[in-house]
Design a protein around this ligand. Sequence first.
Ligand SMILES: CC(C)(COP(=O)([O-])OP(=O)([O-])OC[C@H]1O[C@@H](n2cnc3c(N)ncnc32)[C@H](O)[C@@H]1OP(=O)([O-])[O-])[C@@H](O)C(=O)NCCC(=O)NCCSC(=O)C[C@@](C)(O)CC(=O)[O-]
Length: 301
Amino acid sequence: MTLPSKVRIFEVGARDGLQNEKQMVPADIKVELIERLVDAGITAIETGSFVSPKWVPQMADTTDVMAKLSRQENVTYAVLTPNMKGYEGAIAAKADEIEIFSAASEAFNQKNINCTIAESLERFEPVTEAAKAAGIPYRASISCALGCPFEGDVAVDVVADVSKKLYDMGAYEVSIADTIGVGTPIRTKKVIEAVANVIPLEVIGVHFHDTYGQALANYLAALEMGISRFDSSVAGLGGCPYAPGATGNVATEDVVYMLDGMGVESGIDLKKLVKTAWFISNFLGRPPVSSVARALKNKLN
Ligand SMILES: CC(C)(COP(=O)([O-])OP(=O)([O-])OC[C@H]1O[C@@H](n2cnc3c(N)ncnc32)[C@H](O)[C@@H]1OP(=O)([O-])[O-])[C@@H](O)C(=O)NCCC(=O)NCCSC(=O)C[C@@](C)(O)CC(=O)[O-]
């Protein structure tokens, strides 16, 4: 088996990670979190989202966060945008990249962005046209690709169909999201196989929540298939406010530890990353869910 020699980690802690936190996290803490992550070697990072502040109040300060960041040249600062209004916010904040998102479940899409899958794709047409004209790269995410909190099992054909449509709209990456962390390795491989039948394997990314403790095993399954685009969240923060019961994303430090052990390059300094996991966890007043962050806590100097 030949594994990819390198993986691109797309860090989602400051967006997916914090969007579900009940206590408001001040912009300065978000900025420090992002800057520490960049210092640890993260080169692609979601800094927030331009969504309705009524739907996700925690992300209402994304403009402020973007303005306060000391940006590094080699780093992509990305934001999530659900529609043209979000796109305009992203452009005003000088985001390097945007993310459009739909789902493989009608029920979830309604709860999350208040429209059908087809309507969401229509909404993204002007967004992608404007991004193309402005030279802003965009990636796409498909929620509930391995299961839905409302509909249960999701057919792999639906995931493949939505993936193809998003890819045809010009997304440079299509990220398969296990929003509620129900996937297992064989199922993960089946979904990736179905998607890889309709779009190139190189553009497929994975975004797995760890609700059932399967995320790392599923990343390994994806890696074994040649996938080299991983989303993860420092300290295992995260969860979607519109996916009941879902817990955080797989912790970036757990992924990096696994990759280091397998000789797969991520470019990330594990010790700095673990210090960052403790920084945000201390602010939130609870330990990181990451086993690696807890194991290394007293071995950081
Ligand atoms: C999409 C909408 C806005 C539709 O919401 P809607 O109510 O249907 O929108 P609308 O167009 O009818 O507008 C209603 C109000 O929202 C405002 N509005 C409209 N758009 C925006 C915007 N972009 N930014 C700020 N405000 C906005 C608009 O101006 C108006 O304001 P009002 O006149 O009432 O004062 C809403 O459903 C929404 O914001 N949903 C976001 C939900 C969200 O952020 N979910 C979490 C992120 S997705 C996720 O976590 C999954 C992922 C990607 O990580 C992968 C995975 O794990 O599955």
